[in-house]
Design a protein around this ligand. Structure first.
Ligand code: FES
Length: 214
């Protein structure tokens, strides 16, 4: 077996020698000293997956921020100016600003943010989202599919949140009331606070999250 080349890069050593070194105690000792990034270290001290970190499965908490759930900017904190008036919705995870844990350990924590004209909102919705930035669970109350579409409603002209599994529609201006399809009830709302463009969670979910059981 060839000896490690002291002039080789970490990448080169990893590729040519690390696998063998992990099974050879003498060479492993040499390489562990030389290479903090050796694959062997990863086996000795495994890191928790992001969605397994403590708190990752807890429901959104007051003062959590919201980060993008998808796209090139996934993981970035969402600010009011990042949202386009009238949609489309932006899918997001809550994130604990103190521990930096993103609460993506449960699919029930994913939400959609939409910036709307506050004057379009009914009284209940405006009280919960005074700046017009509304936030709802994306888990459909019918059978639990993710609500993925922002389309013209079946019976009107406005865009609504739509679950493509069985075509249920939810109007974000009316506290996510069901306006079409088999869903038995609205989806849960996540009240927000907006201060100087920064968005944070104002209170836990209002309403049941997920599909109706029994
Ligand atoms: S799961 Fe959404 S309409 Fe059936």
């Amino acid at each position: 077996m060839p000896e490690p080349n002291p002039n080789a890069s970490i990448e080169q050593i990893d590729q040519s020698s690390a696998a063998g070194a992990c099974s050879d105690p003498t060479r492993r000792a040499v390489l562990l000293t030389a290479l903090a990034g050796c694959a062997c270290l990863a086996a000795i001290e495994p890191t928790l997956a992001e969605d397994e970190q403590p708190g990752a499965s807890e429901r959104p908490q007051k003062a959590d921020v919201l980060v993008r759930a998808e796209g090139d900017k996934a993981g970035e904190v969402i600010k009011a100016d990042d949202l386009t008036l009238g949609g489309p919705p932006v899918r997001a995870w809550p994130k604990d600003p103190k521990t930096s844990v993103v609460r993506k350990g449960s699919r029930l924590n994913e939400v959609a943010l939409i910036k709307l004209d506050p004057n379009e909102l009914d009284e209940t919705t405006r009280a919960r989202f005074p700046d017009g930035i509304v936030c709802y669970s994306i888990i459909c109350s019918h059978a639990g599919c993710p609500i993925t579409a922002w389309v013209k409603e079946e019976q009107g002209d406005k865009n609504v949140l739509k679950c493509m599994c069985h075509n249920s529609e939810f109007d974000p201006r009316q506290n996510a009331q069901v306006v079409f399809g088999p869903a038995p009830r609205r989806v849960a709302a996540l009240p927000l606070t907006v201060a100087d463009g920064a968005i944070s969670v104002a209170a836990p979910f209002v309403g049941k999250v997920g599909a109706q059981q029994g």
